[in-house]
Design a protein around this ligand. Structure first.
Ligand code: ADP
Ligand code: MG
Length: 235
């Protein structure tokens, strides 16, 4: 099991009271599977990803990433865990305007203390995996929205994460490009055995994921079984 949230509650200050963004949420995502979290805007989906990423500490409950229980970790240890084990695809790509597609990926190696030069091979391999090997030297303004989103996904995979967290990857794309991005995420999840969580307010394409859960007012519908993935080892 690669990502486990147990009984997680998260509140935010809201005037004199507190707003409950996550209400006793439990979810286990096995390696090599993709769970979609659907639900309307404001239901707590991004909050769920922030907690799973250890970016936000919940009021109560536990988060285990790739077998590491995170509640006892300090800031530096959490940052190291994120760097090594977690890939995050934020809703907005936040690509650096002056860097090429290849360099956007190589920055990740640099941030984790690796050699930029040595990361070239892996960055090129990932650009090929997302179908952009021939765009390696393009800058963001020379790429389409769908291509930028694919670079965003490839970048999140640079450090071989065990857990891949993806926020609304299809929201800015038309139906066909949205379907292509979902296919890409499913393929990468199987190939690289990531425990993937994709949140979305858009119910299109969800027939193809391993499992869909629904978030409403901070509560998660009872997660059903993960659809048996061909070739998956369980784990
Ligand atoms: P979703 O991603 O499903 O749209 P969010 O997780 O962003 O939902 O938000 C869930 C609820 O928490 C919303 O009511 C939102 O206004 C509130 N919220 C989100 N982030 C913060 C924050 N940093 N401070 C206060 N309230 C927040
Ligand atoms: Mg959101």
């Amino acid at each position: 099991m690669t990502l486990t949230l147990t009984d997680v509650t998260l509140t935010y200050p809201d005037g004199d009271t507190r707003l409950t963004a996550l209400d006793r949420v439990s979810l286990t995502v096995p390696a090599g599977t993709l769970t979609a979290v659907a639900g309307p805007s404001g239901s707590g989906k991004s909050s769920l990803l922030a907690v799973a990423a250890t970016l936000v500490t919940p009021d109560r409950g536990r988060v285990a990433v790739a077998g590491t229980e995170t509640s006892g970790l300090g800031r530096a240890d959490k940052a190291a865990l994120r760097c090594d084990r977690v890939g995050i695809v934020f809703q907005q790509p936040h690509l650096l305007p002056s860097l090429t597609a290849l360099e956007q990926l190589q920055v990740m190696a640099h941030l984790s203390g690796g050699s930029v030069r040595a990361s070239r091979g892996r960055a090129m391999e990932l650009l090929a995996a997302v179908g952009l090997a021939d765009r390696a030297n393009r800058r963001p303004h020379q790429l389409s929205g769908g291509q930028r989103q694919r670079i965003n996904i490839a970048r999140a995979l640079m450090n071989e994460p065990a857990v891949l967290l993806v926020d609304e990857p299809t929201s800015a794309l038309d139906h066909e490009r949205g379907a292509a991005v979902l296919d890409l995420l499913l393929g990468l999840t199987k190939e690289r055995s990531t425990a993937t969580v994709m949140v979305t307010h858009d119910r299109a394409h969800l027939d193809r994921v391993d499992r869909t859960v629904v978030m409403k007012d901070g509560r998660l519908s009872a997660p059903g079984p993960v659809r048996a993935a061909p070739g998956a080892t369980g784990a």
